[in-house]
Design a protein around this ligand. Sequence first.
Ligand SMILES: [Zn+2]
Length: 119
Amino acid sequence: MIDTSPATTKQYLLDEIARLTEELKPRAALRLPVDEPMDEHDMSVRILEQSRLEAVVEQRQKLLQQMHVAYGRLAAGSYGICEDCEQPILAERLEALPWATLCVTCQSRREQGNGRRWR
Ligand SMILES: [Zn+2]
């Protein structure tokens, strides 16, 4: 059983925010060096690798953003309440995703709308 008390969650989010911020800091280091001449095959391999790295960075930035939001909500006393329907988010969901700000229903509704229009 994971401890989901506010103090523990707060510490968890702070730790994760610090860790992700640290990971994202040397963004330049994630870029591949392009100082040597390359043939077309090398080039396409590198382009693929580069876009993979960018996807990872983007995903982490999103996660970091979500953690900041969750942390803000924790401070504001609205942590664990769904942003959309204002119902409590299930404890099991918060254990798995402490930065969740939407209940399962609202999350899947947003995902179905491709994150653009969900209402
Ligand atoms: Zn909801």
